[in-house]
Design a protein around this ligand. Structure first.
Ligand code: TXA
Ligand code: MG
Length: 340
C-alpha cells in the first residue's frame, strides 16, 4: 500500500475523514504526539491498529472526540463523575485523557477493561478530522510499538510507510509528549501517566490525587499495572542509555571521562560547550516544556545515528519534567547512576 502524506486542506481533511469512517487507518496530528487513528466504533478497524503497530492486544486505546457532547451522543461512558466534569471544564480541549466507566465502546478499544479513556485534543486539525469522520477516533501514538512516539509527520512515515493509506501533516507537535492520563473511575483520582497537564494543575481542580507507583518507579515482579501501557518497555531506542543524577560539573566530568568508550551525551543545552563527546541536547535545564517538546525527536536521532552508549542527564520530577522523567527512565530501562 502506498502511504500518502496529506496537507490539511479542506479536501484532504474530507478525504481522511471518509477513509476513517470507512474503517481505514490514518496518521493524524495532535498537540501532544501523532496518533494512528481508526473509527472507535468499528471493532475490525480498531484491530488493524494493533496489527500496524505490533501492539499487544491487552493495551487499551484512547478515544478522541471533537466536542464534549459526543460522549453522550455515542454513549462512550456509563456515567460522567463530578471529578471528570471539573477536569473537562478546566483542561479540555487539551493534553488530558480521562478514564471513566465504559459505555458502548467495542472491547477491542478497551482491551476488555470496564473503563474507557477519553480525550478531547486541542489541535485544530485533529478537531477537523474527527468532525469530518463523524465518529470518535481510537488512536494510540503512531509509532511502531516500543519506539519513541512520533512528533512529526516524517516520524510517522518512517514507522508506518506502506501500512496505512494516509498521514495528515499538521506540523510538529507543540507539547511533544503524550497526554496526561488520569482515572476518575474509582473513589480517588489516580494519575496513571504524566504529560502536558501537570500533577499541580490536576490538584488545583481536584484537591489531592494519587500518583500510580509505576509513574516514577519500576514495577516489581508480579505487580499489576494500573494502566496496562506502563508494564511494557516503552520508548526503547537502540542505544544503551544510562541516566546520571548529579550536579552539572559531575555530569560533565563523568561523560568526558567515558569518551574512549565512544559514549554520547543526552544532555541539557547548557552542557554542550563543556562536553568532548557527541551531544544530543534535549532542552534547556530549567525549561521543562522545551525538554518535553524535543525528547522524542532526539531519541529518534540517536537511533538514526546508531548511537551505542549514551549517558543522559536525569530530568527533574516536578511540573512538566515529570513527564520527561517518566519517558526517559523507561528509555534507560531504569538504569540510573547517582554521583554524590
Ligand atoms: O497524547 C496522547 O495521549 C496520544 C495522542 C495520539 O492522543 N495517544 C497515546 O496513546 O499516547 P497510547 O495508546 O500510546 O497511550 C495510551 C495509554 C496507554 O498507556 C494505555 O495503557 C492507557 O493509556 N490506557 C488506555 N485506556 C486505559 C484504561 N481504560 N485504563 C487504564 N489505562 C488505559
Ligand atoms: Mg504510545
Amino acid at each position: 500500500m502506498e502511504t500518502k502524506v496529506l496537507l490539511p486542506t479542506k479536501e484532504n481533511i474530507a478525504k481522511a475523514g471518509e477513509a476513517l469512517f470507512n474503517g481505514q487507518l490514518v496518521g493524524i496530528p495532535t498537540e501532544t504526539v501523532y496518533g494512528l487513528a481508526a473509527n472507535a466504533l468499528d471493532g475490525e478497524a480498531v484491530k488493524s491498529i494493533f496489527a500496524a503497530k505490533g501492539r499487544p492486544a491487552d493495551n487499551p486505546l484512547i478515544v478522541h472526540i471533537s466536542d464534549i457532547s459526543q460522549i453522550e451522543r455515542f454513549h462512550l461512558v456509563s456515567e460522567i463523575p463530578e471529578a471528570a466534569e471539573k477536569l473537562m471544564a478546566a483542561y479540555w480541549p487539551g493534553p488530558l485523557t480521562i478514564i471513566m466507566k465504559k459505555g458502548d465502546v467495542p472491547s477491542e478499544v478497551t482491551a476488555g477493561l470496564d473503563t474507557v479513556a477519553v480525550r478531547f485534543p486541542s489541535h485544530p486539525v485533529t478537531k477537523k478530522i474527527i468532525t469530518a469522520a463523524n465518529c470518535p477516533l481510537a488512536a494510540p501514538s503512531a509509532n511502531t510499538s516500543g519506539k519513541p512516539s512520533p512528533t512529526t509527520a516524517e516520524h510517522v512515515f518512517h514507522d508506518m510507510n506502506g501500512k496505512i493509506p494516509y498521514i495528515v501533516d499538521g506540523g510538529a507537535c507543540e507539547v511533544g509528549v503524550e497526554s496526561t492520563v488520569i482515572t476518575v473511575a474509582g473513589d480517588v483520582p489516580v494519575l496513571l501517566r504524566p504529560g502536558g497537564i501537570t500533577p499541580e494543575q490536576l490538584e488545583a481542580v481536584l484537591g489531592h490525587i494519587e500518583i500510580a507507583d509505576a509513574v516514577l518507579n519500576q514495577l516489581k515482579e508480579g505487580e499489576t499495572a494500573a494502566s496496562p501501557g506502563m508494564k511494557y518497555k516503552h520508548y526503547a531506542p537502540s542505544a544503551k542509555i544510562t541516566l546520571i543524577k548529579s550536579s552539572d560539573e559531575k555530569y560533565i566530568e563523568y561523560v568526558n571521562a567515558h569518551k574512549d568508550e565512544g559514549a554520547a551525551a543526552l544532555c541539557y543545552d547548557e552542557d554542550v560547550p563543556f562536553l568532548s563527546v557527541k551531544t544530543y541536547p534535549y532542552g534547556a535545564k530549567n525549561d521543562y516544556e522545551s525538554q518535553a517538546n524535543r525528547i522524542f525527536d532526539v531519541l529518534r536521532q540517536m537511533d538514526d545515528d546508531g548511537a551505542g552508549i549514551v549517558y543522559g542527564r536525569c530530568p527533574d520530577t516536578n511540573g512538566t519534567a515529570m513527564a520527561v522523567y517518566n519517558r526517559l527512565i523507561r528509555a534507560a530501562g531504569f538504569e540510573v547512576i547517582e554521583l554524590a
